[in-house]
Design a protein around this ligand. Structure first.
Ligand code: DC
Length: 238
């Protein structure tokens, strides 16, 4: 069965990663969480006190950063490793969320991550979630989904997620972080978050995760059938 690339972009806390992960599992595809990669870089910068306004220091640091994903045999979850160490839990904390937008706006960081993401998806059969997958990483992806949701609902979801991990954070602090991240993500010079012209928009404010997953899989099936009809896969195999 020929495989496609599904790009899932959008604002933070719209359910992108949960949806992308479940879609990938159902389709037998690989899930790649590109936000986790920017979070892992941010963690390295914090741990090693890298001055992010010094291009040479950033470049040297990037030479020492290796990011990989490994399946946790207990939970079956794909977890992020930084230089061989599992950092999945650490990169989800609030101090990283407060720093990651600045780090991910740095052109050197973006170039390094985009190159790695393109290598990871070159065989297709991936669901990749992020901010610039449909516009920059894989502008030729066969299906592009752009997720949005009401800001207040996003903050509530984020609060519940953090609570589940034992981190108690007030709604005001989360709202401020979300607004700040939205602003930096959409206004940065390098690959700002925007909906690709050919992306399909999904407002998840009042949808359940199951509904979101079904919606994406339905679109993916339609897209694959359409590409079959047009002989796209035969052309690619040649
Ligand atoms: O999806 P997330 O919240 O884990 O992403 C963390 C940050 O990384 C987010 O503020 C924006 C940035 N990011 C990005 O700039 N490009 C991507 N492809 C993915 C994430």
């Amino acid at each position: 069965m020929p495989k496609i690339i599904i790009a899932v972009d959008g604002y933070s806390s719209c359910g992108k990663s949960t949806t992308a992960k479940l879609v990938a599992a159902r389709m037998g595809y690989t899930y790649i969480d590109t936000g986790a990669m920017y979070r892992a870089v941010s963690l390295y910068f914090v741990q090693n006190q890298i001055p992010i306004n010094h291009p040479k220091a950033v470049r040297d640091a990037l030479d020492h950063i290796q990011i990989a994903f490994q399946i946790n045999s207990g939970t079956g979850r794909n977890e992020t490793c930084l230089n061989g160490l599992n950092v999945e839990e650490e990169i989800r904390k609030m101090y990283i969320a407060n720093f990651v937008s600045e780090v991910s706006a740095l052109p050197q960081v973006r170039h390094a991550m985009v190159a790695q993401q393109q290598r990871m998806g070159r065989k297709r059969g991936v669901v990749m979630d992020g901010r610039d997958i449909g516009t920059r990483v894989f502008p030729d992806s066969e299906l592009k989904v752009f997720m949005t949701a009401d800001t207040f609902i996003r903050a509530q979801r984020r609060q519940i997620e953090l609570l589940g991990k034992g981190e108690v954070v007030g709604l005001d602090e989360i709202l401020e972080n979300i607004r700040k991240r939205d602003h930096i993500d959409t206004t940065r010079a390098e690959s700002p978050l925007r909906k690709a012209e050919d992306a399909v928009e999904l407002d998840t404010s009042y949808m359940t995760i199951d509904e979101q997953v079904e919606w994406v899989i339905h679109l993916a099936d339609q897209r694959i059938a359409e590409l079959h009809r047009k002989g796209h896969f035969k052309l690619k195999e040649k």
